[in-house]
Design a protein around this ligand. Structure first.
Ligand code: CA
Length: 225
């Protein structure tokens, strides 16, 4: 049984969604303002949260921000007003997983919910080198428990290093695997990227994980080369 938290202040809309989802076999808990919704979300028992943007006490964006600040990664489907493109962008930037524009057909809502739940079922895969952790589903890196912001290219590079731990990787291999091209040997693009990544991964820590192997490339390992 999947638990869904529905944060929606319009009684009629809330009732319509709740009834429909219950008929589909979901357990639905309702909240009628942002504050109540946020408090209920802290239970962490929900597989999904449906969150309206326009809410009394605390709007949907604020609720979403607080949910994510609480390290709660429950998928959030936002309900936005018609044509409010900026709402969609704001919501997605704050960590919403999808949005639906009001008014919507119940079938559309159900399809979005099922798709989000399927996505959530893919288990997080964690990789670890020393105190560096990588979540290959969420594309998040942590060092000593602190989250490290990475661009998508830096993430790809880091994942590649971690998968090839303790092995020397050459600049040629990196350019093939990460950029799918061979850079002119005269450019230092790879070194620039590796140095950016290194700054983020190793910059603030005594124990360095990315090492240069002179004349060969790089290696990720715990011990000093
Ligand atoms: Ca509303």
């Amino acid at each position: 049984m999947k638990n869904i938290l529905l944060i929606e202040d319009e009684k009629k809309v809330s009732k319509f969604i709740k009834q429909g989802l219950e008929e589909e076999g979901f357990i639905v808990e309702t909240a009628f303002n942002g504050e109540e919704g946020f408090l209920k979300s802290a239970d962490n028992k929900f597989s999904l949260i449906i969150l309206d943007v326009m809410l009394p006490k605390m709007d949907g964006f604020e609720v979403l921000e607080k949910i994510r600040a609480n390290k709660n990664h429950t998928p959030v489907l936002m309900l936005t007003a018609k044509d409010a493109l900026s709402d969609k962008v704001t919501g997605l930037n704050l960590g919403a997983d999808d949005y639906l524009t009001k008014p919507f057909a119940f079938e559309e809502l159900l399809a979005r919910i099922k798709s989000l739940l399927r996505r959530g079922e893919i288990k997080s895969t964690q990789m670890k080198v020393a105190d560096l952790e990588l979540d290959t589903v969420r594309h998040k890196a942590k060092r000593n428990g602190d989250e490290i912001e990475l661009t998508s290219r830096e993430y790809a590079l880091l994942e590649f290093f971690m998968r090839n731990k303790n092995q020397i990787v050459t600049r040629e291999t990196i350019s093939e695997k990460i950029w799918n091209i061979n850079f002119d040997t005269g450019t230092n693009v790879i070194d620039v990227y590796v140095n950016h990544l290194r700054q983020k991964i190793d910059g603030n820590y005594d124990k360095k994980l990315i090492h240069t192997v002179r004349g060969a490339g790089y290696v990720m390992k715990e011990d000093v080369v």
